[in-house]
Design a protein around this ligand. Structure first.
Ligand code: CO8
Length: 258
């Protein structure tokens, strides 16, 4: 059997720790995204009390989308990749289960998106960075990435963050509300996540679920209504020669920086 890229561990309180486990950097390929989506659906079926999303690495939460899925792709694979990302994102963003990201390493681009899709973010500081850095790569974050950033920090901070493609230090992220809490290690991050989830024990679950669904309706509706157009835009953009060239150079630069 292929290695599991996502592991799920449910504690006695019924809270699941979902760990991204695709060394070295948890880059999000179709396989990992598929497994994450299935894990969320399974946890929903099992009436899990909470989801804590974290990483098996001690320096990277997730390096974002796997650039190898986008570089010189086969059309069919590219379409499956993006559709899987859309579906898994929507599952995470709208799940009735309380969600917390325990961000125990760098979280650029798609890594930041996963964290932003949770209800609460605890990040290990001070040396890690987080942000939607797409413009730095010469690509444009899709609108639903932007909605997630706006959800967390408001339109103005989101505009400044995204146009510059800024990667925030943990302290800077805390200052603008991109993360909710800074801690000094993973254990503390998990403990804070558990505390956040525990508060919902006293909240009627149906009211909680409907409130979450309602307050997140912009993002949910956006995906429900635009998934096909969003897929088409991605497919058209990614195969453009200048984008391909940029991705190739980026891969090369990452190799040379060793
Ligand atoms: N995809 C594929 N491979 C990657 C990625 C990635 N995103 N990130 C790192 N790798 C690879 C490296 O090439 C390297 O490979 P090898 O071992 O073969 O040389 C290996 O992973 C380890 O990487 P590093 O040596 O860089 O590891 P460090 O621990 O030093 O650094 C970081 C970790 C900070 C995560 C660093 O790797 C990094 O900054 N990575 C790039 C992150 C990034 O910019 N991601 C953006 C992806 S794009 C995206 O998520 C959203 C795009 C949406 C719109 C698309 C429209 C076209």
């Amino acid at each position: 059997a292929p290695p599991k890229l996502v592991t799920v561990d449910v504690d006695k309180a019924g809270v699941a720790t979902v760990t991204l486990d695709r060394p070295p950097v948890n880059s999000l390929n179709t396989g990992l995204l598929e497994e994450l989506g299935v894990a969320i659906k399974d946890l929903e079926a099992n009436k899990t009390r909470g989801i804590i999303l974290t990483s098996s690495s001690n320096s990277v939460f997730s390096a974002g989308l796997d650039i190898l899925e986008m570089y010189e792709p086969k059309k069919q694979n590219l379409s499956l990749f993006w559709t899987t990302l859309q579906n898994t994102w929507l599952s995470l963003y709208r799940t009735s289960i309380p969600t917390v990201a325990a961000i125990n390493g760098h979280a650029p681009a798609g890594g930041c998106l996963l964290a932003l899709s949770c209800e609460y973010r605890v990040m290990v500081g001070p040396k890690f960075t987080i942000g939607l850095n797409e413009t730095q790569l010469g690509i444009v974050a899709p609108q639903w990435f932007m909605i997630c950033m706006k959800d967390a920090v408001g339109r103005r901070q989101a505009e400044m963050a995204l146009t510059a493609g800024k990667m925030f230090s943990t302290q800077e992220a805390l200052n603008i509300g991109l993360i909710d809490k800074m801690v000094s290690n993973k254990e503390e991050a998990i403990a804070e996540a558990q505390k956040f989830i525990a508060q919902f024990a006293k909240i009627p679950p149906l009211a909680r679920r409907m409130t979450k669904e309602s307050i997140r309706q912009e993002g949910i509706k956006y995906m429900e209504e635009n998934a096909i157009d969003d897929l088409k835009a991605f497919m058209d953009l990614v195969v453009q020669p200048n984008i391909q060239k940029g991705l190739g150079m980026y891969l090369e630069a990452m190799k040379k920086s060793k």
